[in-house]
Ligand binder design. Structure first.
Ligand code: SF4
Length: 216
């Protein structure tokens, strides 16, 4: 778990933090489709804005903040709470481009667990119960993030990505879930991953099950 230290002022300032706005591409109640929490009901908040620019990105509409509505913490917390989801997944875009302290405090105050999916390339912020690091070679993670990683999920297209996965795993705490995920449009990555996991059983495979099942 990661916690920004000095949040007392936010909690005592007449709850002004509920008025803080974030650019949001979409937010919806769904099933977590990939990673360690696959199959669990969860509320997704996809912030807009990303400076990583992976060429194979499947949410390129999230790269620019402009053109997306700005929603307050209060609006997002209400929607997540009303859904009945036990936890919220903050994703992007790159969610750490934004100071997540107000949003995560709002969600935590409403009794929700907060997960994040991040490239780790911008500083950590907020109160985060589960950190999924999906590091990208195009914009490397900060060194700070590794101490807090719960799940390392590396998208694999070629052998270079397996090497990249190993380099990142060396920096993660003992007990981190280590997952390799085939890139959806690159079928040969499946063979690479299957062979690798058979030889390195500390790693597992993450699949984008929501794409198989067509869960939005
Ligand atoms: S970090 Fe995520 S949102 Fe940003 S370009 Fe890469 S895959 Fe897309």
């Amino acid at each position: 778990m990661f916690k920004t230290e000095n949040h007392t002022k936010l909690l005592t300032d007449d709850k002004d933090f509920l008025e803080v706005e974030y650019p949001v591409m979409e937010h919806f109640y769904t099933i977590q489709g990939e990673g360690a929490h696959t199959g669990r009901a969860s509320y997704f908040i996809r912030t807009a804005g990303c400076d990583v620019n992976c060429w194979w990105c499947d949410v390129k509409d999230s790269w620019e903040e402009e053109g997306h509505p700005k929603l307050t913490v209060g609006e997002l917390v209400d929607a997540a709470k009303e859904s009945g989801a036990p936890f919220v997944v903050i994703t992007g875009g790159e969610p750490l481009l934004h100071d997540l302290l107000p949003l995560t405090l709002g969600l935590k105050s409403a009794g929700l667990q907060v997960h994040i999916e991040t490239s780790g390339s911008s500083p950590l912020s907020g109160q985060l119960d589960w950190i999924t690091l999906s590091p990208k070679r195009f914009k490397k993670p900060t060194e700070e993030v590794f101490a807090y990683v719960d799940e390392l999920k590396v998208v694999v297209l070629t052998n270079k990505d397996l090497k990249w996965a190993e380099e990142n795993a060396e920096k993660c705490p003992a007990g981190t879930r280590l997952l390799l995920q085939p890139e959806w449009e690159t079928p040969k990555s499946i063979d690479l991953i299957v062979d690798y996991v058979k030889e390195n059983p500390e790693w597992g495979i993450s699949l984008q099950t929501h794409k198989f099942l067509k869960v939005p």
